[in-house]
Design a protein around this ligand. Structure first.
Ligand SMILES: [Zn+2]
Ligand SMILES: [Zn+2]
Length: 562
């Protein structure tokens, strides 16, 4: 039976985008899944909180699923787990200690039931064996502790999935296991799935140690309060800030829910050992300014995060003082630049000093390797085939060029889309038939109920507002009882546009009377007729296209009296 002796690789998310990573490796009756992340939508998906994967393929192959392997604890890799578990049965989830901690918290927050015995901790020495697979992990450097790459031995050769990585020769946490990567390359790797986030950025990323030096210098020399905003998940950065403050005799106030839980987790794990450095806001009153550091969330300009509230002057416990120094130990994620600028401007308006990451101030470094690091990975792993993952199309494309420059045959590099299937067999790798994949919108806690029509409505409403016509109709006599009442929101100011409103009112009366005179009364038909005729009428008058919402009140009593 040569026919079904192939291994297939499918991304259900993560290709053509940075987010909602999910890669499926299948052989005969076995499926292994790598990561289940979310994507944070751009602002054009109004009101949508997350985008997750369409997991129809997994549902259809439910009985083959052996387990879920987690590379690390970032949202774009674990954020989709609560939703996945509600749709698909996952027998075991393997992840490093930090990842498992974050997953547990996620499941608790969303009250998703899962047997915690099936959350299995792995490290660089772990090995998993199934009928067709032998799976190992190696430590990588990334902006969250406990990040791993995965080596999967399959009947058709070795697949390496890098997870998110950079190379840092002087990291703050443990050193990446470069030897293990080189050994895998030495033994022969058929296919490399490598992340592409910074494929467009030339050079080699700054070491976390340089960032720490800069931060130390800034904190050391400053006489006022220092306020630092960074990613709560970057525990090593947080750890370093804590240690620096300790040396410089500053106490730390923590603001922001994710920062609180991250430091809590770090204390529990022993990554941060001294609890006494953290103080409450009221304890700070007795301290001098140069004895205070505020560590908070909001480095992305998120409107509700601690830093935004501090900048707005709406934070309950912290009022800005003119000699405060605010440090953004972060870079804006694409899409957030505008909101970060807004916060920076507000801070300047309040007269405080602001330091953001720049070529003069290394107060942040990316967790993703730049071009030279992606090349180093290619040189270490020496794959025969390359599939750039974790990136938008242009990043995947550039990653292909990097692959070619490192000696990979251009015909053996696959730029794929979500749902496309790569087949590995004894002849090598080639494209197979695609499976179902796509975007599912999560709005609050509702999964998949917001379709594209809802989004379209929200866009229309946000652009042109909404117009409501309230009609009192007697369905028996087929008469409009009083003239239509017109209300608008976000369309025009009713007071200032009385003439326009009157015109719409008269038009509505005309449409309704016309309909009632010539048709059998039907609630739905009448509504549609109103929408159909009012849309062009309003667009003609105003050039705008508000959502028209007819509300029909059927007043039946009147007919009994007549
Ligand atoms: Zn990551
Ligand atoms: Zn990622």
């Amino acid at each position: 039976m040569k026919d079904d002796n192939f291994t297939s690789v499918i991304a259900l998310g993560g290709l053509g985008e940075v987010g909602k990573n999910m890669y499926v490796i299948a052989h005969k009756e076995e499926i292994w899944i790598i990561d289940a992340g979310v994507l944070f939508p751009e602002s054009d998906l109004l009101g949508v909180d997350y985008v997750i994967q369409d997991v129809t393929y997994l549902k259809q192959n439910q009985d083959k699923i052996k387990g879920l392997l987690i590379t690390h604890g970032h949202e774009d890799h674990i954020g989709g787990i609560p939703f996945l578990l509600q749709n698909v049965e996952i027998p075991v989830i393997y992840g490093a200690k930090t990842s498992i901690g974050l997953i547990k918290k996620k499941l608790e927050d969303r009250s998703v039931p899962y047997n915690y015995d099936n959350l299995v901790e792995i490290d660089g020495n772990s090995k998993i064996d199934s009928k067709y697979f032998h799976i190992e992990f190696y430590n990588t450097t990334h902006s969250i502790p406990d990040s791993y790459g995965i080596v999967l031995h399959t009947p058709n050769g070795v697949i390496v999935q890098t997870g998110d990585f950079k190379f840092d020769l002087t990291p703050i946490g443990p050193m990446a296991d470069i030897q293990k990567m080189a050994a895998a390359g030495q033994n022969g790797v058929k296919l490399l799935l490598s992340e592409s986030t910074n494929a467009l950025v030339p050079g080699f990323s700054t070491s976390e140690s340089c960032v720490d030096e800069t931060l130390s210098d800034i904190i050391n020399g400053y006489t006022g309060r220092v306020i630092i905003a960074t990613f709560a998940s970057n525990i090593y950065r947080v750890k370093h800030i804590v240690e620096t403050c300790k040396k410089m005799n500053r106490k730390i106030m923590i603001f922001g829910r994710s920062m609180e839980s991250a430091t809590q987790l770090a204390l529990e794990n022993g990554l941060i050992d001294d609890k006494s450095i953290f103080i409450e806001a009221n304890e700070a009153k007795s301290l001098k300014k140069n004895e205070i550091c505020i560590l908070c969330t909001g480095s992305q300009g998120e409107p509700l995060a601690a830093l935004s509230r501090i900048a707005n002057g709406t934070h309950k416990q912290i009022q800005l003082q003119p000699d405060d120094l605010v440090v953004f130990s972060s870079n804006p994620i694409p899409g957030n630049a505008e909101s970060v600028n807004r916060v920076v401007n507000k801070l300047y308006l309040k007269g405080v000093r602001v330091i953001t990451n720049s070529e003069f101030n290394d107060v942040h470094t990316s967790g993703h390797g730049k071009q030279e690091e992606l090349k180093l990975m290619l040189r270490l792993i020496k794959p025969e085939y390359l599939m750039p993952i974790h990136g938008e199309y242009r990043m995947q494309k550039m990653h292909k060029e990097l692959g070619v420059s490192c000696g990979v045959d251009p015909n053996k590099i696959f730029i794929m889309k979500n749902g496309e299937q790569l087949i590995m067999d004894n002849e090598g790798c080639h494209m197979g038939s695609p499976v179902q994949a796509g975007d599912i919108y999560v709005d609050g806690s509702r999964i998949g109920e917001v379709g594209s029509i809802v989004i379209k409505d929200r866009k229309l409403m946000s652009r042109d507002g909404i117009l409501i016509t309230i009609l009192n109709i007697n369905p028996y006599t087929r008469k409009l009882l009083i003239k239509p009442n017109i209300t608008t929101r976000g369309f025009v100011l009713v007071n200032e546009s009385q003439e326009l409103i009157n015109k719409i009112e008269r038009k509505t009366t005309e449409v309704v009377n016309n309909y009632l005179a010539n048709n059998q009364y039907s609630y739905t038909d009448l509504k549609n007729q109103i929408i159909l005729e009012l849309h062009p009428f309003i667009t003609n008058l105003t050039g705008r296209r508000p959502i028209v919402l007819p509300v029909i009140m059927e007043v039946k009593e009147a007919s009994n009296n007549n």
